[in-house]
Design a protein around this ligand. Structure first.
Ligand code: AMP
Ligand code: MG
Length: 493
């Protein structure tokens, strides 16, 4: 179908331009989605539909569910399963790939952006290994909610168009129902794609992949005298800034294997993720991560480690001393970005030498008193400084240490001016009221598993405006019940 250029499209007007398929069969394998029985729409994101210029009304069309559950296919879609490898929990796994998802096709929107349509849970592929190629409703809803919420928080991420449920049984620890997630991203290339061609010693293909990624996603690097070097630096910078945002907002990815690291520096493939409830630097969200390799505080050194794995795969094309010099930039870039975000969370507009210490002292205090990481900052901005500190003080166990910190913070804040209204607006724009807590997702999932999609849809709506006061929705901003703090989320999905 010719590209119409219309601002609002119907489902049949999507224009496919499958650049990854054109790279050839070495990079991906042709495959058709295997549909599930009696598909139904669980939830859709209008904001994600807009990326494809889709009219929001088309979510109500039965064709929407048929297309995004693999029952019908656009004639120009060219579905493929991608091959990659990667380091999982520190060990190299030479053969991974799209084992339960596929790249349905690549759509070009009116703004000229390419968006990959990746259908997760679409059945067996040549890379399914021992798996069944399926995804369950629970994990599809979790990824959907987090994708759209992370985006609304201002954290770069893959997006989610919709979840479809079905009657097909899928067996995990218990019998569940199969579901599919329609994921969108401007690229599905992972660090592990580069590792695959590096470790199989196919440097021609590796170069082809590298050129594809640089030309299509990092074209500004082509202006640089050493484009590959500029590309690696850009990936490192984006990754450092992304992790700074995770840390600042308490997001734990859960399974930072190199096959789950996007080359675009966006949050990607987060199965057993969590947002911190109480601040805990050692928090491990993935129940299968016994050693805590991917604990909240380890996300920073692990991102650096993962970049080293990518650097290794780029050694045929970039001098090792250049790669090393770039690797050394990671921590300074990360720290500057993190400090900037944390200052904003504290309502500080200027930078002072002692800010890092002020923030670290606060985090230690929050840790020892099990303070809710989201509510603390929102409350701090809600009332004038003095009043807010007096209220928050009640939650700390060691009042004396808190008072010492509060005295420093009070003096520091005074140097920023005293206009309360301006401070509140500024702080609320940096401190979400609503955060995707595990227990909220869990309650919505239980309702969906029982056939009621209302709670998932409402939760999605609330979380897509996390910084706004939403009258009537305050119960979503409450501290979690005790049971909700100890949910066990594993890789099994
Ligand atoms: P993940 O932990 O989701 O990042 O997946 C790691 C690897 O296992 C990827 O190659 C996935 O495609 C594959 N995989 C995960 N679950 C399944 C499944 N149910 N069936 C087939 N492959 C799977
Ligand atoms: Mg993965």
């Amino acid at each position: 179908m010719p590209y119409s250029g219309a601002a609002v499209k119907t489902l049949t007007e999507l224009h496919f331009d499958n650049r990854f398929a054109r790279l050839g069969d070495v990079f991906s394998t042709e495959i058709t989605p295997q549909p599930l029985e009696h598909p139904r729409l669980v939830v859709a994101s209008e904001a994600a539909m807009a990326l494809l210029d889709l009219d929001p009304a088309v979510a109500g069309d039965p064709l929407f569910t048929e297309l995004f559950s693999g029952h019908k296919l656009w004639s120009t879609a060219e579905p493929r399963a991608m091959v990659y490898s990667g380091h999982q929990f520190g060990s190299y796994n030479p053969q991974l790939g799209d084992g339960r998802g596929l790249l349905l096709g690549q759509v070009i929107n009116e703004a000229g952006e390419h968006w990959d349509l990746h259908l997760k849970g679409a059945g067996l592929t040549p890379y399914s290994r021992m798996g069944d190629g399926r995804a369950v409703l629970r994990s599809s809803i979790r990824e959907f909610l987090a994708s759209e919420h992370l985006h609304a928080l201002g954290i770069p991420t893959s997006r989610a168009l919709c979840v479809t449920g079905s009657d097909t049984p899928v067996y995990r620890e218990r019998q569940e129902r199969g579901a599919m997630l329609m994921r969108l991203a401007q690229s599905h290339v992972r660090f592990g794609h580069f590792e695959f061609f590096y470790y199989t010693k196919r440097h021609d293909e590796l170069k082809k992949l590298l050129d594809h990624v640089v030309e299509n996603h990092f074209s500004e690097c082509l202006e640089h005298p050493e484009p590959y070097q500029a590309f690696f630096r850009e990936v490192l910078e984006r990754t450092a800034e992304m992790v700074a945002r995770w840390q600042a907002y308490g997001f734990c990815h859960g399974v930072m294997n190199t096959d789950n690291m996007s080359i675009l520096g966006i949050t990607f493939d987060f199965g057993p993720y969590a947002f911190l409830d109480d601040f805990d630097a050692r928090f491990i969200c993935n129940h299968s991560d016994h050693a805590g390799r991917y604990s909240y505080e380890n996300q920073v050194p692990i991102a650096h480690w993962n970049l080293a794995a990518l650097a290794q795969a780029l050694t045929p094309f970039i001098a090792i001393d250049q790669l090393r010099a770039t690797m050394d930039l990671f921590l300074p870039i990360y720290e500057a970005a993190w400090l900037d975000l944390m200052r904003k969370r504290l309502g500080l507009q200027t930078a002072e030498e002692s800010d890092k210490e002020l923030i670290q002292r606060l985090l230690q205090l929050m840790q020892s008193s099990a303070i809710d990481y989201t509510r603390f900052f929102r409350e701090l901005g809600d009332s004038p400084t003095e009043q807010a500190l007096a209220r928050l003080r009640e939650d700390f166990l060691d009042i004396k240490v808190f008072d010492d910190w509060a005295a420093t913070y009070r003096q520091r804040s005074e140097r920023e001016g005293i206009d309360h209204e301006a401070r509140r607006t500024r702080m609320h724009a940096a401190n979400p009221k609503y955060i995707l807590r595990n227990y909220l997702a869990q309650k919505a999932i239980e309702a969906a598993e029982a056939g009621d999609y209302g709670p998932v849809r409402e939760l999605h709506q609330v979380l897509s405006r996390p910084y706004d006061e939403q009258p009537g929705m305050e119960h979503y901003a409450e501290r979690p019940p005790e049971w909700g703090k100890h949910l066990e989320i594993s890789c099994s999905s």
